[in-house]
Design a protein around this ligand. Sequence first.
Ligand SMILES: [Fe+2]
Ligand SMILES: [Fe+2]
Length: 173
Amino acid sequence: MMVKLWRCMICGDAYIGEDIPTNCPFCGAHQAFFKEAKDAVVTFDVSLTDKDRANAEHAIEVEVSNATFYFCAAEKTDDAEGKMLFKALGKIEAEHAAIWRKVLRLDKAPAGNETCHVQNVNNLNESHERETKAIAFYKKAAEESDHDRLKQIFKALVEVETDHLHLSEARLK
Ligand SMILES: [Fe+2]
Ligand SMILES: [Fe+2]
């Protein structure tokens, strides 16, 4: 067995393993965004137009809000599998917030303040609503940006949030 060091081009974090993971364990980006770490150039140093800045500022708000909701749900939801699901989602949304924190050059992400539910089905419904909104927002932001790197991040996050939508859909059937 030969392990290698891989790097996700979306969040910039490195992963140790024999093969590229199907999804980044940190930000959920799809495997097409992985390169061997030694060959990967990842930057968050982008010059922002007013529109891109407004979208990045909205993005960090969305991600902090969703991370806070998911961590709340991981604590409160009345289903053992639901707790694991919401914790995993919370970690990924917190990583998304970190991407936007770097793009916006902030020292810290803003604090979130969200409530959640005890009944698992209510948390799944709220997850579905939040992910639907995030997908629509990231699609629009990708179209509005002329910056290759920002477009890449916005589009990659459309895919990740769509995966999240599928997780709640499978459980709400
Ligand atoms: Fe996200
Ligand atoms: Fe999500």
